[in-house]
Design a protein around this ligand. Sequence first.
Ligand SMILES: C[S@@+](CC[C@H](N)C(=O)[O-])C[C@H]1O[C@@H](n2cnc3c(N)ncnc32)[C@H](O)[C@@H]1O
Length: 200
Amino acid sequence: MKKKELEIILEKLDGFRTPNIKLEQYTTPATVAAELLNIASLRKDIYNKVIYDLGCGPGILGIGAALLGARKVVLVDIDEEAINIAEENAEKFSLGNIVFNNSDIRKITGKADIVLQNPPFGVHWRRADRAFLEKALEIADVVYSMHKRETRDFIIKFVKGLRASELEILPVSFILPRSYKFHEKDRKTILVDIYRIRRN
Ligand SMILES: C[S@@+](CC[C@H](N)C(=O)[O-])C[C@H]1O[C@@H](n2cnc3c(N)ncnc32)[C@H](O)[C@@H]1O
């Protein structure tokens, strides 16, 4: 499937209905999700792979991976409402290879080929980004993870401490619609890095 086709499909997925700021709930823009999935697909990190989407929210990354031919996708989120929306989104495509897990990512066990994640940046739950990276690299050797640009130096140092042997970084912009009352503008641009991390 072409990147643009995927983006158009992902754009139609339902987002959070009542986003919870404490869980840093906002959806990855469809343009960015399609970009990440397209790169991962070209790197042969999607087709026929077992993929975990940690902190899946409404499921844009995991459902996208299933649409691109992942063998099995496990969607994990601590928020029951988010998991329900993800299930509804997946039902639109009759995908039989998705498992839904309403759980804290810190409690999950198992093995994956690949983890895809857009974790909380750690603004409201301090160190959330670290907990997600630790868990991701515990269950998979290849991880795609998104982090705020301003934390780049820290993230590079942190993942090297987790025995990451290869690190590639793609800078992107998130253009997010206003989703919380305290947002002053209708749209906000956040500079983000997509990391592909490989551990040996
Ligand atoms: C920034 S949102 C990303 C949502 C989705 N992955 C996406 O890319 O659109 C972060 C998600 O992590 C979830 N989350 C936060 N803390 C969590 C935890 N400890 N365990 C599991 N999920 C968590 C939130 O509920 C939220 O859905």
